[in-house]
Design a protein around this ligand. Structure first.
Ligand code: ADP
Length: 496
């Protein structure tokens, strides 16, 4: 049998192909960025064809670096930026429009219209999500209403809808497979969490033709074989949305295990087993994963829109750092936040508030404040937002977390990780293989072809790289958190 597995991670800013061996160690990887198209305030798009070109290039690139060829890969798994929405012509493969990215807020009027008098939670009991600009369904409604000829094409069965996983696999299989997995489908607003099928009532309400939707499949399953020359004939057997992939890659297989990924935004997922737990505290209910024909495992998710992107903002808009990692030294230059709190509600607030009327604020400013305090407050914002999500999870699930497994670009910031453990009062643990997203996709794919024997073997691959223990005293912790909550309240009701 082939000795390696390939994982394609199609992310918001870049596309990566990583080749793993049986121990879950990285053998080679290749990564390429793609253009962020910002046509107007609040709009974010990608070129679908560029994403497909990058996909092909990174696959070839990683194989070249490892001096391997397609025959060395037992299988391929896909993980992807979630919710980003594409429609294309099934005969020509041409997109009707750019991909509308998860961060895009152009559908706010559509959300209001769909919410009617019943409010944004009108489909929540079925789909686990509030109506929001964030999810694919509202983006698809916008496309059907705004792209000339698309609705007719969709009704004729000529137009296909897909999230990024669907688009990439459709292309990788030469148009053979029009599929998605339960995790990506659970981010559309269109899938019933119980039946794991598209819901006809919601499709009717949103006027979405069923013909254009992909088939929903488990996260670990045979979807098709690659026709791309470099990997001709290699099976494709894993799909997980990026955050669910990280949950799986962190081997959070037991009820009550959770991970938090610190990237552009922060996404904490808690495994709730085969129970669908409806959140009363602003979390999302989503599918964690489904391995073959086993029952789906669900998760509670806290999505935070702005964390690492606040560090980018300090770099790009203020210019007080040259690259993201410099923020640590700048924050270290002061002994504390100087009494300021920075709530980065740049496009409203996601979990646990879901307030689109909020806008960012720095509160507690005095003449004393310098850029070091700003840097520190920006980092602390990530930790405070994470605590809000963790508290919501505790209340919704009754689970008291013993440790928090972390990953993503920000977890190399020691000051942030120590502060996170301090503010949570819970140890924070970083694993040896921090590429948990790609690893999760590789695991799902590998299980489908017997590359790994089962979840026990995957657990054995997981090892601790670093652990941070809470050191802050209880009074300081609670006082700071209380100040943070007051600062958050100051951001509400800004947009009239
Ligand atoms: P994504 O997958 O969302 O693109 P990554 O996991 O690659 O994100 O993380 C990149 C994010 O982490 C960027 O927003 C960047 O500003 C932030 N980041 C990277 N290094 C650091 C650091 N040392 N300290 C704080 N933030 C960082």
């Amino acid at each position: 049998m082939a000795q390696y597995i390939g994982a394609l991670d199609q992310g918001t800013t870049s596309t990566r192909f990583i080749i793993f061996n049986k121990n879950g160690a990285i053998v080679a990887s290749h990564q390429l960025e793609h253009e962020q198209i910002l046509p107007q305030a609040g709009w974010v798009e990608h070129h679908p064809v560029e994403i497909w070109q990058r996909t092909q290039a990174v696959i070839r690139g990683a194989l070249d670096k490892a001096q391997l060829n397609g025959r060395d890969l037992a299988t391929i798994g896909i993980t992807n930026q979630r919710e980003t929405t594409i429609v294309w012509d099934k005969h020509t493969g041409q997109p009707y429009y750019n991909a509308i990215v998860w961060q895009d807020t152009r559908t706010d009027k559509i959300v209001q219209r769909l919410a009617q008098d019943e409010g944004v939670d009108r489909f929540r009991s079925k789909v686990g999500l509030p109506l929001s600009t964030y999810f694919s369904g509202t983006k698809l409604v916008w496309l059907l209403e705004n792209v000339a000829g698309l609705r007719d094409a969709a009704e004729r069965g000529d137009a296909l809808f897909g999230t990024i996983d669907t688009w990439v696999i459709w292309n990788l299989t030469g148009g053979q497979a029009h599929v998605t997995d339960v995790t990506n489908a659970s981010r559309t607003l269109l899938m019933d969490l119980k039946t794991l099928q598209w819901d006809d009532t919601i499709l009717d309400e949103m006027k979405i033709p069923r013909e254009m939707l992909p088939t929903i499949r488990p996260s670990s399953d045979l979807y098709g074989h690659a026709t791309l020359e470099a990997i001709q004939g290699v099976p494709i057997t894993g799909i997980l949305g990026d955050q669910q992939a990280a949950l799986y890659g962190q081997t959070c297989f037991a009820v009550g295990e959770a991970k938090n990924t610190y990237g552009t935004g922060c996404f904490m997922l808690l495994n709730t087993g085969t129970d669908i737990i409806q959140s009363k505290n602003g979390l999302l209910t989503t599918v964690g994963y489904q391995i073959g024909n086993r029952p789906a495992v669900y998760a509670l998710e806290g999505s935070i829109a702005v964390t690492g992107s606040l560090v980018q903002w300090l770099r790009d808009n203020l210019g007080i750092i040259q690259n993201a990692s410099e923020i640590e030294a700048l924050a270290q230059s002061v002994k504390d936040n100087g009494g300021i709190y920075f709530v980065p509600a740049f496009s409203g607030l996601f979990a646990p508030y879901w307030r689109s009327d909020a806008r960012g604020a720095i509160v507690g400013m005095t003449r004393f404040i310098n850029k070091g305090h700003l840097a520190r407050a920006a980092l602390e914002a990530t930790a405070f937002q994470t605590r809000e999500v963790l508290e919501a999870m505790r209340t919704d699930s009754g689970v008291d977390l013993k440790t928090l497994k972390v990953d993503g670009g920000m977890v190399y910031n020691q000051l942030l990780m120590q502060f996170q453990a301090d503010i949570l009062g819970v140890p924070v643990v970083r694993p040896k293989v921090a590429e948990t997203t790609s690893l999760g996709a590789a695991y799902a794919a590998g299980l489908a072809v017997g590359f790994w024997s089962g979840e026990d073997e995957l657990r054995d691959n997981w090892g601790v790289d670093r652990r941070w223990h809470p050191e802050m005293d209880e009074t300081t912790r609670e006082t700071q958190y209380r100040h943070w909550k007051r600062a958050v309240e100051r951001t509400f009701n800004w947009i009239e």
